[in-house]
Design a protein around this ligand. Sequence first.
Ligand SMILES: NC(=O)c1ccc[n+]([C@@H]2O[C@H](COP(=O)([O-])OP(=O)(O)OC[C@H]3O[C@@H](n4cnc5c(N)ncnc54)[C@H](O)[C@@H]3O)[C@@H](O)[C@H]2O)c1
Length: 258
Amino acid sequence: MNTELGGKVAIVTGGLHGIGKAAALALAAEGAEVAVFDLAPQESGEVRELRQQSAARGAEMTYRTVDVTRWDEVAPAVRAAGERCGRIDVLVNNAGKGREPTALEDLAEAEWDALLDLNLKAAYFCSRAVIRFMQQQRSGRIVNISSIAGRGMGERAHLAYASAKAGIIGFTRQLASEAGPYGINVNAVAPGAIMSGRIVQRWQERTPDERRRMVDPIPLKRIGTPEDIAGVVVFLCSPAASYVTGATIDVNGGRYYG
Ligand SMILES: NC(=O)c1ccc[n+]([C@@H]2O[C@H](COP(=O)([O-])OP(=O)(O)OC[C@H]3O[C@@H](n4cnc5c(N)ncnc54)[C@H](O)[C@@H]3O)[C@@H](O)[C@H]2O)c1
């Protein structure tokens, strides 16, 4: 597949670990100039490692410490990336995190707000900041990372996380409608269980028998990898997906309820 990503400018949020890192490296490997926004300080080992891994693929990556839940950090960081490169072609709204479920009667407002801020409002902030660049160019791709938790129903998902991830699907569809006339495609990916973030920790704590029970309901009989998601992100940013917008693609090994 010719992705035509050479020379394109991409921002990936939460690109220091897991799915975001795999997406950032995959876009960079296709020739995109990638800016990663994440929480760690510029001098941290994680940032050094990301730079080394991208250099090994012949790509250069820029990194900025940005808390995507804060408009006063997102707006200047996007402006700086856009002004430095003269354009922004791709935004991957990936930063996000769930947590162990809390029953509704114990779910405090602060916990609800924190999960909604990170898993839904941050996508609004970042999209709002990039949209004027994409509108001026009359082209762009926005890919939002939702979750199986926003698609199905499961006892392990947090109520606020599931609400935010379902919200991402509505946000994707509505923004696709608004941005389509400018040549901007907006899509979402809904991963199932992927070996990153909390899933790694859960996997490590399980006995072989419990691990089998985690894998058993997945028709493809394995937990996904961050690269399984990154491949679909690259596809959504490529000409092969030029008539795809407003869609949510399930990437879950065939398990639709988490
Ligand atoms: N791993 C899974 O099984 C799974 C399943 C469905 C959906 N997802 C979604 O995929 C996305 C990536 O998840 P992951 O498993 O790779 O997680 P991860 O924890 O490995 O990586 C998340 C990254 O986001 C960054 N981040 C967190 N808060 C941030 C903030 N306020 N500002 C900037 N960066 C921030 C973290 O530092 C980290 O680098 C999330 O949106 C998650 O909800 C993951």
